[in-house]
Design a protein around this ligand. Structure first.
Ligand code: ZN
Length: 133
């Protein structure tokens, strides 16, 4: 896989509009993008810290992945996203290394990135996302 850096950290929140001013205050930077990703049933807000982003995720559907996460675990860190050169190549390499994949192929995520998730069952309980431009 050989990620080049942590592209973003995904944090599940109950209410995006309430959380944005809080994060703007503690991070000392403005939210630069709010985007709905229909496919994943979320609204996202992004903050840039160096070359890494914080991605806040609000559920738009209680039955969606973030809706279920909030129900089970409450607010908090949801996933780590690694920047890789090519998402599909990295997914194949992970599969060959015996890691269970959530996405067999990359799909389009927020900010137009090509993303794919690894299953936390085979990554020591951490939901990992691979992404590239
Ligand atoms: Zn993400």
């Amino acid at each position: 896989m050989k990620p080049t850096h942590i592209e973003h950290i995904g944090i599940a929140v109950k209410n995006l509009d309430e959380c944005i001013p809080f994060y703007e205050k503690i991070l000392g930077t403005k939210c630069y993008s709010i985007e709905e990703v229909k496919d994943q049933r979320v609204r996202t807000a992004f903050f840039m810290i160096g070359q890494t982003k914080i991605e806040l995720l609000e559920s738009t559907d209680p039955e969606g992945p973030i809706g279920k996460f909030l129900e089970k675990r409450g607010e908090g860190v949801h996933h780590l996203a690694f920047a890789v050169e090519d998402t599909d190549t990295a997914l194949n390499e992970a599969k060959e290394a015996g890691i269970e994949l959530i996405d067999k192929q990359s799909r389009k995520g927020a900010e137009g990135l090509k993303i794919g998730f690894l299953h936390p069952k085979s990554t020591k309980g951490v939901l990992m996302e691979l992404c590239c431009k």
